[in-house]
Design a protein around this ligand. Structure first.
Ligand SMILES: Nc1ncnc2c1ncn2[C@@H]1O[C@H](COP(=O)(O)OP(=O)(O)OP(=O)(O)O)[C@@H](O)[C@H]1O
Ligand SMILES: [Mg+2]
Length: 359
C-alpha cells in the first residue's frame, strides 16, 4: 500500500488559465478517496497528472513519499480506468482483460486464472470470447475495468467507471468495488460526479469546484459539517434549501423580515448571509407551531421517492423542499408550516460562500 500526495499542484493548458488550482491532497496508503465535482471542474486532469499522462504545471506529486513529477507513467505502478476507455477492437474480452498481464510476461496459466476471477467478479464470464463490438456500452465499460483490475498495481485510478451502467448494475458494482478495494489492499482514487456514489464508497471525499479543492474529509463530516455553500449544496439529496438573509442587530433576518433566532457573530453585523436548511431535517405540520423556526407555505408539488415524499412548498422566503414520511396526510394546495430547530441551521457568507460557524 502506498501514499499519494499532491502539494500545491496546479495545471494550466493555456498560460494564466489554470484548470486545477493549488490543490493539496494527502492520501493515506490503502485509502479509498473519491473525487467529486461538476463537469469540467478538473477531476480527470487530476487523475491524469497522478497517472503521469499529463504534465504538472507547478507543485509536487509524491508517490510513497518520493517526488514523482518526472517519473514516467509505466514506472508509477498505477492502473487506470479511463473515462473514455478504448478497448482493443480485434481482441476478445478475455484477451482485452489479460492484455496488460501478457505485456508483463505473466504465464498463460496464471493469466487465464486471473482473467477468470476478474470476469466472474464483473459478471463477464459469458462474454469472454466476444469482441467489443458485440457488447453493450455497460459491458464494454466493465471490460475496461477488468483490464485495470487484472493487474496487480499498488494504486488504482478509476475515472467514472460506472457511468454507462444501469441503476441496478451500478449499485451492485459499487458494492463489488468496495469489496475489491478491501481484497486488493491498494490505494484507490475514484472519480464521479454522483454524490451518492461518493458518499457510499469513500473513506474520504475530495469535493472540487472550478479547479479548487473545496473540502477533503470523511463522508460524515462532508455532510454534517460542509466547509462552504458549494459543498453544502452539492452533497445531499434533495439539495439543501438556501434562503437569503442579513445579520441585523445581532440576529439573522430573512430578506422578508422573518427573524431566525440564531446569533450572528458581531463582525458580520450588516452583512448578507445565506441560511441553509436540509430538506430531511424539516418537520411539516398543518396547524400548531412548535418549532423554533417556522415557515408558513403552500404545497406546490409532491414527489414520491418510495419510502418518503419530497414536499415542495412556496413560502414568503422562496421555495422550500422538505422530506416527509409517506404516511403524512398532505395534499397539493394545503397550507402547511415547515419547522426547523435552531441547531439545524447552517449559515454562510453570501459573498465568499464560506461557512459561518455558530456558537
Ligand atoms: N487537453 C486539454 N486542453 C485544453 N483544455 C483542457 C484539456 N483537457 C481538459 N481541458 C479543460 O480543463 C478543464 C477540466 O477538465 P477535466 O476533463 O479535468 O474535467 P472533469 O472534471 O473531468 O469533467 P467531466 O466530469 O466532464 O469529465 C475543462 O475546462 C476542460 O475544458
Ligand atoms: Mg472527466
Amino acid at each position: 500500500m502506498i501514499s499519494i500526495a499532491l502539494e500545491n499542484v496546479s495545471k494550466s493548458y493555456q498560460a494564466d488559465t489554470p484548470v486545477v488550482k493549488n490543490v493539496d491532497l494527502d492520501i493515506e496508503p490503502g485509502e479509498f478517496v473519491v473525487i467529486v465535482g461538476p463537469s469540467g471542474c478538473g477531476k480527470s486532469t487530476m487523475m491524469r497528472m497522478i497517472a503521469g499522462l499529463e504534465r504538472i504545471s507547478s507543485g509536487t506529486l509524491r508517490i510513497g513519499g518520493r517526488v514523482a513529477n518526472d517519473i514516467p507513467p509505466q514506472h508509477r505502478d498505477i492502473a487506470m480506468v479511463f473515462q473514455n476507455y478504448a478497448l482493443y477492437p480485434h481482441l476478445t474480452v478475455a484477451e482485452n482483460i489479460g492484455f496488460s498481464l501478457e505485456m508483463r510476461g505473466v504465464s498463460k496459466t496464471e493469466r487465464l486464472r486471473r482473467v477468470e476471477v476478474v470476469a466472474h467478479l464483473l459478471q463477464l464470464s459469458d462474454y469472454l470470447h466476444k469482441k467489443p463490438k458485440d457488447l453493450s456500452g455497460g459491458q464494454r465499460q466493465r471490460v475496461a475495468m477488468g483490464r485495470a483490475i487484472a493487474r496487480d498495481a499498488k494504486t488504482y485510478l478509476m475515472d467514472e467507471p460506472l457511468s454507462n451502467l444501469d441503476a441496478e448494475l451500478r449499485s451492485s458494482m459499487r458494492a463489488e468495488i468496495k469489496h475489491l478495494h478491501r481484497q486488493l489492499k491498494a490505494t484507490m482514487i475514484y472519480v464521479t460526479h454522483d454524490q451518492v456514489e461518493a458518499l457510499t464508497l469513500a473513506d474520504r471525499i475530495a469535493v472540487m469546484n472550478k479547479g479548487v479543492l473545496q473540502q477533503f474529509d470523511t463522508p460524515e463530516k462532508i455532510y454534517d459539517d460542509p466547509a462552504s455553500l458549494f459543498v453544502a449544496g452539492f452533497i445531499g439529496s434533495p439539495p439543501m434549501n438556501f434562503i437569503d438573509a442579513v445579520c441585523k442587530e445581532g440576529l439573522v433576518k430573512t430578506i422578508e423580515g422573518i427573524r431566525i433566532p440564531i446569533t450572528c457573530p458581531p463582525e458580520l453585523e450588516g452583512s448578507q448571509v445565506v441560511i441553509g436548511l436540509r430538506p430531511e431535517n424539516g418537520v411539516l405540520s398543518t396547524g400548531d407551531k412548535r418549532m423554533a423556526i417556522e415557515f408558513p407555505g403552500e404545497v406546490m408539488l409532491i414527489e414520491t421517492t418510495g419510502s418518503n415524499r419530497n414536499i415542495h412548498a412556496k413560502t414568503a422566503t422562496g421555495p422550500l423542499i422538505v422530506v416527509a414520511p409517506r404516511s403524512a396526510a398532505i395534499g397539493l394546495g394545503d397550507n402547511v408550516s415547515i419547522g426547523y430547530r435552531t441547531e439545524d441551521v447552517f449559515l454562510f457568507e453570501k459573498n465568499t460562500g464560506k461557512r459561518i460557524h455558530l456558537l
